[in-house]
Design a protein. Structure first.
Length: 236
């Protein structure tokens, strides 16, 4: 109903985002009411017990979990990082048990990538760019511990983030129907993409500006047809 609002859907989850200026919530509240009315008219029941509201305000600190990611009102990621690391450490126990059972390095690596790396990199494109240096070191320490257990070389968290950002950007470029396709515009030379303006480091380190930088540092400007990463090497 209003340009200041956005509705994002994923499976059976629906998120309404609204920009509130000068403490005027009218447009946002009208959008919520319109959504609730539409659901009632179309026999769609809203689960109010699972409905949460988060106000992003850099002057406050409160947490909200969305699709497995802990989002704070100041958009810092320390709590999210510590939660992921805590869960990953629990899985490292099982990795050690597998090594004691004398399983092959390849099986150990497969377990790590499925049960531990998948946790550390959950929605990584959304939060890793604005992690503190301390948070990044904490994440990487888990990888180093897993390397000692498996005796194998494992991809660094940063390299996974960079690769996924680049792959996602290439996917958006190939899909002209994507709502953010227009953010990736080639310069007249056809060799580089136009950088996105960002006045704050928070925006500059987020997905779209950093993805454009990654695209410009890679060649050719148009993505290849296949960009699936190869599995990590196993060191015997």
């Amino acid at each position: 109903m209003h340009d200041t609002n956005t509705i994002i859907k994923f499976a059976d989850d629906t998120t309404v985002m609204g920009l509130i200026k000068n403490n005027d919530e009218t447009a946002y509240r009208e959008e919520i009411q319109h959504l609730a009315t539409w659901c009632a008219d179309n026999n769609l029941a809203l689960n109010t017990k699972k409905t949460k509201e988060l106000i992003v305000d850099f002057r406050k600190t409160r947490l909200f979990k969305f699709l497995g990611v802990h989002i704070s009102e100041d958009l810092s990621w320390t709590f999210n990082t510590s939660s992921l690391v805590k869960k990953a450490h629990q899985r490292l126990f099982f990795l050690r048990r597998l090594r004691k059972a004398h399983l092959s390095p390849q099986i150990l690596v497969n377990f790590y990538r499925c049960a531990i790396e998948s946790i550390l990199t959950n929605s990584i494109m959304a939060w890793y760019g604005n992690c503190t240096a301390s948070d990044r070191k904490t994440l990487q320490r888990v990888v180093k511990t897993a390397q000692r257990i498996t005796g194998s070389s494992l991809p660094a968290i940063k390299s996974i983030h960079d690769r996924r950002c680049l792959r996602k950007a290439q996917s958006i470029i190939r899909d002209s129907s994507h709502p953010n396709h227009g953010l990736f515009a080639l310069l007249p030379s056809g060799r580089r993409y136009r950088n996105l303006r960002s006045k704050s480091s928070r925006l500059r380190n987020s997905f779209f500006p950093s993805a454009v930088i990654s695209l410009n540092s890679s060649s050719p400007p148009h993505p290849p047809s296949s960009d699936c990463p190869s599995p990590p090497p196993v060191v015997s």
